[in-house]
Design a protein around this ligand. Sequence first.
Ligand code: GLU
Length: 468
Amino acid sequence: MSNPVIKTRFAPSPTGFIHIGNARTALFSALLGLREGSQFLLRIEDTDRDRSRDEFVNAMQEDLWWLDLKWHEGPVVGGNNGPYHQSARESIYDKHIAHLTEKGSVYPCFCSESELSIARKIQLSSGQPPRYSGKCAKLSANAVKTLLEKGGKPTLRFRVPNDTIVEFDDIVRGKQPFKTNDIGDFIIRRSDHSTAFFFSNAVDDADMGVTHVLRGEDHLANTPRQIMLLNALGLRVPQYGHISLIVGDDGSPLSKRHGSRSIRELRAEGYFPLAVVNYLGRLGHFYESDDMMSVTTLAARFDLARLGKSPARFDAHQLLHWQQRALAAATVDELWEWMGPDVHNLVPPERAQEFVHMIRGNVSFPVHAVHWAKIIFHDPLILNDQARETVAHAGHQFFSQALLAANLHPGNFKEFSEEIRKHTSAKGKALFMPLRAALTGELGGPEMAQILVLMGPERVKQRLHACL
Ligand code: GLU
């Protein structure tokens, strides 16, 4: 296959579940990579051995599939640029590090953590950006040898040139100049031999042929380091785009407090994947159309020029709006499936279709469907306070007439209620509310005519009788 013009990637660290923030990063990267002729790749950045867990790798993959963000290349599906777990790429990193060592672009650093931390504090307290002093950059080959013989376990630092500007054209934010004097020589390999994020992330993007990196703006300051590394290695530098953060309604970074959740949690609550992608796709990216779109259409209409620079505000109501849109668009069979086993255990199979039709306008999540299934198919009925009051207010006479009417006109709400009206002179709200209260225990909900049919004459009579 020839090289795609655009190849994007999502490169999560499996240290937790995917939440709304990184799901949106994944989505934008996927939308760009799922357009005609483009490629989307998944890479697992599991170099932090203590915090990475297989459980999270599996969960991330499942969540991405659930959202319909299917990678062309990566774990499970394979590809020509594997392995796709960084933990399995050590020999590739060694090769690049050998190259940098040969060129003299890196040097071993024997400074201890406590030494570095003191130096950092001094710099910060005098208002300077914390950067490595360069102490070990000047060690002679002999000095290095002696320190190694003494059992020293050095880190490896990249030599950053002085007095230079590293500039790149960010896809989202435009020109980004960085002074190398603010950066300082940075670590590319830790003393335990594991590679640092800057290094493995940049090298993998280049080796895997990634052309466009879309990621959170918290990575912006890492980019000049990565560009210097890639240049030193003679590798192709991808185009970087740093997406604005998602914030809560108070402007602070999105958190649980603002209603942020993991994709797992949204799934468990019964959000539709289409609702999630249609909402997130518009969070910091503008679509002309308000239509609900499949991932393929969202991808076809995705436009880098329409990514916003300012922080995107998370709005739980908008997410709910898309949930309702997705619900309205779902087929009866899809909704029945979505309602889940609790509903399936309560609603007789031959009533499934009618039940779905009846409540689809009254529910947003499967718990609501369970609630209505219980109301209609499960006894005893519990009346809420307002319903209880409404029943008491309608009185004995009303319900004895209602019971007679139910015997005369079972299953036909129009005739049934007309019959009650004739004998009690109750009309409008005074007629319908006590019936609704008595039969459903609530004052709102689906059409009474449908409820009556689904409930069946026996249960209707039994509930009216209970109000006497
Ligand atoms: N593993 C990094 C993260 O999850 C990837 C950052 C990037 O996309 O370059 O933050």
